[in-house]
Design a protein around this ligand. Sequence first.
Ligand code: GRF
Length: 217
Amino acid sequence: MTVTATKTAAVFISGGGSNLQALIDAAEQDVLGFQLRAVFSNRADAGGLQRAQEAGIETCVVPSRGVSDRVAYDRTLAVELDRFAPDLIILAGFMRILSAGFVSRYAGRILNIHPSLLPLYPGIDTHARALAAGDSRHGCTVHFVTEELDGGPRIMQGAVDVLEGDTARTLAARVLEVEHRIYPRAASLVAEGRVSCRNGRCYLDGEVLGEPLHDTA
Ligand code: GRF
């Protein structure tokens, strides 16, 4: 884990956690601008929990199954989260929509990665939708979370060419590699205070960021 970073983050997952793994790997290589303080999941069977445990990161499961009251669920989540007092909340395949109250409580501190070149294809089935539209480029976006689903200010994007014969599966796999590259970088810029979100706009080094940063692989 990086010794220089003073900021902390909690990562929220629901599944396999390959993006979480990319963050863990970056921390171990000392290139992450924050410490991974805790991993939260709404599912006890999320594969990413094991990745966290193996990396020595505390885990917290707040089961969502059968809980229909979103506001009550998010209140419980906030109580658990505040025990760790993270500077950042990093959604990495967290398959729940957060309530307006939760989002405003942590305004400007919640990040998400979405597998499309937003504003194209918010929501699900992004790879299939890009293929159906005949797009020649597809990719992923790291953005601040606001009340609008996948609609918050964009920080960084990475793209791949859509290849002849691509299926949603092959395309998703190539996009995922880009996700693993850009999420640690984008989140580090926020933790280091270089990128911020104010009044629905994204700033880089104090200047409005009109277009998202690009993957510089
Ligand atoms: C990623 O495709 C991410 O963009 C989306 O959910 C998926 C999570 O994958 N939000 P993983 O659990 O990080 O492997």
